[in-house]
Design a binder for this molecule. Structure first.
Ligand SMILES: Nc1ncnc2c1ncn2[C@@H]1O[C@H](COP(=O)(O)OP(=O)(O)OP(=O)(O)O)[C@@H](O)[C@H]1O
Length: 607
């Protein structure tokens, strides 16, 4: 006999809310219904395991079918099914989650975490796409009668006896006119692929099993080979290059979390590579926007995190304040640091080979997270121009004796472009100084951080001063020129250069140092860099022209020759020497370059 009734008071406003609130995400109905079907089959397994169900389980499976002509989507399972009473209780009284009762009854059997649904939207999300929903279901309980429930999206429902051979549930959606896009098999396949790819029970669509019910993150690391991890990466990102290495996460206290994080080969465009971590709850895909769950600097990693303890359908600000999320954040950071330390200790060669790809994570992490800095300071590497790698400690040991200045400050030299700054790198090497390669965007911040954290240490770009000034020692160099000669030389050069932004100075350098050296002071450059990246209230600096220091080597024979040259030739030679300095730094162009070439031809012609 058919029975009619009203869905409980809680539901008065639920349908408009479901339709409106979830408007943008209608496709989620399929995730919810397939998840319910999967839960029902899992419960069956559970009942069989604890001896409550003695029959043959058969092949537990969920099937999704689309009948475009009849405008119907059916989600079927051979799980526990429901009696008419259970439908009334679990489906009609929607505020009363069936899972709660299930857990109550079986909590002593353990593993109830596996059973509780956490997705919050539930069965009624079906009404986002259907104007009539039917359930035909038969309980696993012996002698149960099948039941047929129908509801048209109002608060009224009908329930009647039905015929169904096997236990299990068919949820039948009569798709609404405004949702017919979901009758396209391609669309359904895409949705299944997104949310159901790793559900723990086989899901069939169009005669095929579309999921991998045993993804590797649910297994023990000891069961898995490197090949397994690499293959899984391919499964997740079919078009990506093989990952460098990975971390298998596995924790059950104080929260539950499993997963695998991969270190990808980094491309230049970091933005594109973000949001490559997928968040699951009990193998159901939730989102790939993991901001707040994963520390910012680790968002460049790829992979999967699965946790039933992450609150899912809550607002962002709540997520940030959630204590589980904070713990998860800390845990992941620690695991990543430990893993890196492990590789560094066990296989430094591999660590060095991969440095180009991982240094951005590590530096970014050190900059943004003090705890990570504390761990990473032991394995962060500095690379010098000879492509050798040192830890901070090792590098200090290497340079301390030779590169400590007269004030006891250790000066580490670096280049941002070993080719362009070649003359300066060579001048440093001539003094047996070591030069680091710090050339990525993040390095300018990294340099600042090192200066703050390392005691009595500064970093200077190799072309920011003449070598004698970069690392000032106590020794004073004798000058071959007296003060009047120096003053004369300065004036000759000033006239020859004729540019206010070039600060000329005459200094006694080594005779084999270059005759003219042009430098952009470290302080000036950093301020300009800062204003370019919009920080530090230094915006005005960005518009100022670069002011270079031009150091004339008093001890170089050319400069002595200039003083002795005929008056009309003095400035010509000075200009030529200055242009050569510009040339060595790639700063000579336009009419100055043309003039230089002409002058050079003249000079050769005269020889
Ligand atoms: N395919 C099914 N087979 C058996 N029981 C089902 C099925 N679908 C739903 N149910 C019952 O209906 C209840 C309500 O489902 P609903 O999806 O609204 O909430 P839930 O699954 O408990 O929690 P969630 O909000 O996570 O979905 C379930 O707990 C379950 O007892």
């Amino acid at each position: 006999m058919e029975e009619r009734g009203n869905i409980s008071i809680h539901t008065e406003n639920i349908f408009p809310i479901i339709k409106k609130f979830l408007y943008s995400d209608h496709e989620i109905f399929l995730r919810e219904l397939v998840s319910n079907a999967v839960d029902a089959t899992q419960k069956m397994k559970r009942l069989s395991a604890i001896g409550e169900y003695k029959g043959d389980l058969g092949e537990l499976k969920v099937t999704v079918k689309v009948d475009k002509d009849a405008k119907i989507i059916t989600i079927s399972d051979n799980g526990i099914g429901m009696t008419a009473e259970e439908i009334k209780k679990y489906i009609n009284q929607i505020a009363f989650s069936g899972a709660t009762e299930f857990v109550e009854r079986y909590k002593d059997a353990g593993e109830q975490n596996q059973i509780i649904g956490q997705f919050g939207l539930g069965f009624y999300s079906a009404f986002m796409v259907a104007d009539r929903v039917e359930i035909i279901t038969k309980s696993y309980k012996e002698g149960s009668e099948a039941a047929h429930w129908t509801c048209d999206g109002s608060t009224e429902f009908a329930i009647a006896p039905a015929h169904k051979e096997d236990q299990g549930t068919n949820v039948i959606l009569n798709v609404a006119a405004d949702s017919e896009e979901f009758l396209e098999t391609a669309r359904i396949r895409t949705i299944l692929d997104k949310y159901c790819k790793f559900l723990p029970v086989p899901v069939e669509f169009e005669g095929e099993i579309i999921n991998n019910p045993n993804p590797i993150w649910t297994k023990q690391p000891s069961e898995l080979t490197d090949e397994d991890y690499k293959n899984f990466y391919k499964e997740l990102y079919p078009f990506s290059e093989a990952p460098l290495f990975w971390i298998h996460l596995n924790v059950d206290y104080p929260f539950n979390l499993t997963g695998i994080l991969y270190f990808p080969k980094l491309k230049n465009d970091f933005e594109i590579q973000r949001n490559k971590i997928q968040l699951y709850s009990k193998q159901v895909f939730i989102t790939d926007e993991v901001k707040d769950v994963v520390p910012e600097f680790l968002m460049l990693l790829h992979g999967v995190i699965d946790s039933p303890d992450i609150p899912l359908n809550v607002s962002r600000s709540f997520l940030q304040a959630d204590s589980n999320v904070k713990k998860i954040n800390t845990y992941i950071t620690k695991k990543v640091a430990d893993k890196l330390n492990d590789i560094f200790k066990k296989d430094r060669a591999t660590f060095e080979t991969n440095w180009d790809d991982i240094n951005v994570f590590i530096k970014y992490g050190m900059l943004s997270d003090d705890k990570f800095y504390e761990k990473a300071k032991d394995f962060v590497l500095l690379q010098n121009t000879e492509a050798k790698y040192y830890t901070l400690e090792e590098y200090k040991a290497l340079t301390q004796a030779n590169q400590t200045d007269k004030n006891g400050q250790l000066v580490m030299l670096y280049t941002t472009d070993a080719d362009k700054q070649h003359a300066f790198v060579e001048a440093a090497q001539n003094r047996s100084y070591d030069v680091l390669k710090l050339d990525s965007i993040i390095d300018s911040h990294f340099i600042g951080m090192l200066e703050q954290k390392l005691e009595k240490t500064s970093l200077k770009r190799v072309d920011s001063e003449t070598i004698g000034k970069l690392i000032e020692k106590d020794e004073t160099k004798d000058s071959v020129l007296n003060d009047t000669e120096k003053e004369d030389l300065k004036k000759i050069y000033e006239t020859a250069i004729n540019n206010q932004n070039m600060q000329v100075e005459v200094a006694p350098l080594a005779p084999d140092d270059a005759p003219v050296i042009i430098t952009l002071p470290e302080f000036m450059r950093r301020m300009k860099d800062m204003s370019k990246s919009g920080g530090g209230g230094m915006m005005f600096m960005g518009n100022m022209p670069d002011t270079y220091n031009v150091t004339i080597n008093a001890n170089h024979s050319i400069n002595q020759r200039i003083l002795k040259a005929k008056d009309d030739n003095k400035e010509r030679i000075a200009r030529q020497a200055f242009d050569l300095a510009l040339l060595s730094q790639n700063m000579l162009s336009g009419s100055a370059l043309t003039a230089f070439v002409k002058r050079s031809v003249d000079l050769i012609d005269k020889e």
